[in-house]
Design a protein around this ligand. Structure first.
Ligand code: ADP
Length: 387
């Protein structure tokens, strides 16, 4: 079976899955878009008009302050013109393009309806606080926040190139005999995600929902830089200073086995990076099933293969990278610094000295960062699992 067939098989068999279920915080909280029906339904439900609010005073009234997330009510449409067309929608809101009425700058605005039962004020406040902290070229930048009686609007940089998810579908739909992304293309994406993950983890932030839907391209160019988005399930966690996290959150294909067990740390993000790497190189997920339970069972078994049809031409380094992040035991899994020092990634950095000035400067910064991280890659345990 070709990568093309498997990709379609996968999507066809998951068509009736309800991965968009959002369970309570104490239960499993899952979000995914491999299940296209609910995504489209969600889009259909979204009002055609952008939520426009009258120009409230900046100071909240007593009655509105009671249900305020940010503590300040201000009208988004006084500052921005919001486009009607929805760029994308997730669990908690729809995203549209907006234009700063003064500067003319184009941004994206995610409008979250506060009365939506799935929206918990404490989670939303946390997403805003975490996003405000994140200042990294591969992480979406929060430019502005507005709140009115009905909505909280998060204004971020606009990513015009769409989701990594869609590029996977496009590339792997292309039945031209090549398996999905080339190693070079995949390593470039993974390298950028890893620098973002390393940045988050250094600051004690765990994303907990890394997946191709949450990786956006800045522009439509094939080699556009990417940005990690959606900190809706993220949290701060000081490993070693507080007990392991226990809330089961994430998305079936990408969720780490220890998360399903309800006892985990930041390395759950590296597992998701491993799953994304695998998919980029072959076009289908390493852990699959006909429904959530089957996918979860496959994740918990932690067994996967490199079928020769798609993997025979893949380098040893790439497979070794995947083996070292898809380690079921999180203690044996590479951390972000180890992963950035892995030969597959280091080789990509070494081969791209002649990229544009900005990218070259970024790579130089990263080189210094990596060497100062003192991570000794050799000595890191390899999986004994045959795959
Ligand atoms: P939610 O938290 O509700 O799940 P997301 O933040 O994941 O919402 O955004 C939903 C979708 O909206 C994304 O998958 C993407 O397609 C689109 N989107 C989000 N942020 C941007 C952005 N900055 N630029 C362009 N599109 C975006």
């Amino acid at each position: 079976m070709s990568a093309f067939d498997i990709q379609h098989y996968d999507i066809a068999t998951t068509a009736n899955m309800t991965f968009d279920e959002v369970f309570s915080a104490d239960d499993v909280k899952c979000t995914s878009r491999f299940d296209s029906p609910s995504y489209n339904e969600q889009q259909a439900d979204i009002p055609a008009m952008a939520p426009i609010s009258p120009c409230y005073s900046k100071v909240s009234s007593t009655s509105s302050a009671a249900n305020s997330i940010t503590g300040i009510f201000s009208s988004i449409d006084c500052k921005y013109h919001i486009d009607r067309q929805v760029l994308g929608s997730g669990h908690y809101g729809s995203v549209r393009e907006c234009i700063d009425r003064v500067t003319g700058q184009r941004c994206a605005v995610k409008s979250i309806r506060k009365s939506d039962p799935a929206v918990k004020p404490v989670d939303l406040a946390r997403e805003i606080a975490l996003l405000k902290e994140m200042k990294h070229r591969s992480i979406i930048r929060l430019a502005d926040v507005h709140e009115d009686a009905e909505y909280v609007h998060l204004v971020t940089d606009l990513c015009e190139g769409g989701e990594l998810f869609d590029r996977i579908i496009e590339k792997c739909d292309d039945d031209n005999g090549t398996a999905c992304f080339s190693e070079d293309e995949a390593a470039k994406i993974i390298y950028q995600i890893l620098t973002a993950v390393s940045y988050m983890h250094t600051r004690g932030v765990v994303h907990r929902d890394l997946k191709p839907e949450n990786v956006l391209y800045e522009t439509a160019d094939e080699d556009s830089p990417i940005k990690v988005i959606d900190f809706g399930l993220s949290r701060e966690h000081r490993e070693g200073f507080e007990p392991p996290m226990s809330t089961v959150v994430g998305t079936p294909y990408y969720i780490a086995p220890e998360v399903l067990k309800g006892r985990y740390g930041k390395s759950c993000d590296l597992w998701s990076v491993g799953v994304i790497s695998y998919i980029l190189l072959c076009g289908y997920p390493p852990f699959n099933g006909a429904n959530n339970n089957e996918v979860h069972a496959a994740v918990q078994r932690g067994r996967y293969r490199f079928p020769s049809a798609e993997w025979s031409g893949t380098s040893r380094e790439a497979k070794d990278f995947i083996r070292r992040v898809l380690q079921k035991d999180p203690r044996k899994r590479m951390n972000a610094e180890h992963a950035l020092n892995h030969p597959w990634i280091v080789q990509w950095i070494a081969n791209h000295g002649n990229v544009d000035t900005n990218a070259r400067e970024n790579i130089e910064d990263d080189r210094q960062y990596i060497s100062s991280a003192k991570s000794v890659f050799r000595g890191f345990p390899t999986s004994r699992r045959k795959s």
